[in-house]
Design a protein. Structure first.
Length: 269
């Protein structure tokens, strides 16, 4: 299933994407999904999350602004999505920054079968039990073989692992895909990663089971969104606006002409 097909199908189907969102960037996330062509639903109350997840075509679980109530809502929504058989994306924002976040993600992953984890290198290190100097939600510092660790985590959790940064890696534990591109301004706006997780959910919602390809294509699409936004913006404030505009205006033809996806050889572990 080609990258152009995912985007075309998404814009025809307009999937309903349920988000338990980072409250810092919920508006940016919702507007980005609307611009893309999806339909956002922002709901995290424990009283309704199971019903909301059951209505949706995908559920995106973000731990950016976490408390115990949010953890319970995430688990309830994830279980409901699992019962319906719809994709679940987990964004483990800053998972290594505190014991509460680490323990919460461990619990979530025991209770919910996630389809994909979208994380940065520091978050991957925590998931892979590798020593790392955390800097909150930022990637932080340390030594890691990204592709090998991502593959190990994907195999252990039976899900797609998408690690984003200057160079993105996506794996299902067997096949690893590298995606190049993007722009230096992307990490300078709050919520660029959170919005990417939601965009990944929208692509997965129309994936028909092609989870690895849909995730890789979502990441490639998003890097091209950043590249296009940078053509008309040279500072973070205007860049954030142009990101929304680019989510709206990027076409299937643009994707076909600018794809930077490379399938890597299998990494033995």
């Amino acid at each position: 299933m080609g990258q152009q097909h995912f985007l075309e199908k998404l814009r025809v189907k307009k999937p309903l994407v349920h988000n338990i969102a980072n409250i810092v960037v919920a508006n940016f996330q919702a507007n980005g999904l609307l611009a893309l062509g999806a339909s956002p639903m922002m709901a995290e109350g424990i009283e309704e999350v199971a019903d909301m997840a059951a209505l949706a075509d995908c559920t995106v679980l973000n731990i950016g602004t976490l408390d115990q109530g949010t953890v319970l809502s995430i688990i309830e929504a994830g279980k409901s999505a699992n019962k319906k058989g719809i994709p679940v994306v987990l964004d483990p924002v800053g998972v290594g920054a505190s014991e509460f976040r680490r323990n919460s993600v461990t619990t979530i992953l025991k209770e919910v079968q996630v389809t994909a984890i979208r994380c940065n290198v520091g978050e991957l290190a925590t998931l892979g039990n590798i020593e790392w100097q955390s800097r909150g939600a930022d990637a932080g510092e340390g030594q890691i073989d990204v592709q090998l660790t991502a593959k190990q985590v994907a195999k252990r959790l039976n899900c797609i692992v998408a690690v984003t940064g200057v160079e993105d890696s996506v794996t299902d534990g067997q096949t690893t895909i590298q995606i190049d591109g993007g722009h230096d301004l992307m990490p300078l706006i709050t919520g660029s990663g959170c919005l990417l997780s939601a965009v990944t959910g929208a692509f997965l919602a129309v994936s028909e089971g092609h989870h690895l390809q849909a995730t890789a294509n979502a990441l490639s699409f998003y890097k091209q969104v950043g590249e296009r936004a940078a053509k008309t913006a040279n500072a973070p404030g205007t860049f954030a606006v142009e990101m929304i505009n680019s989510l709206y205006s990027l076409t299937s033809e643009d994707l076909r002409d600018n794809m930077k996806i490379v399938e890597k050889e299998d990494i033995q572990i």
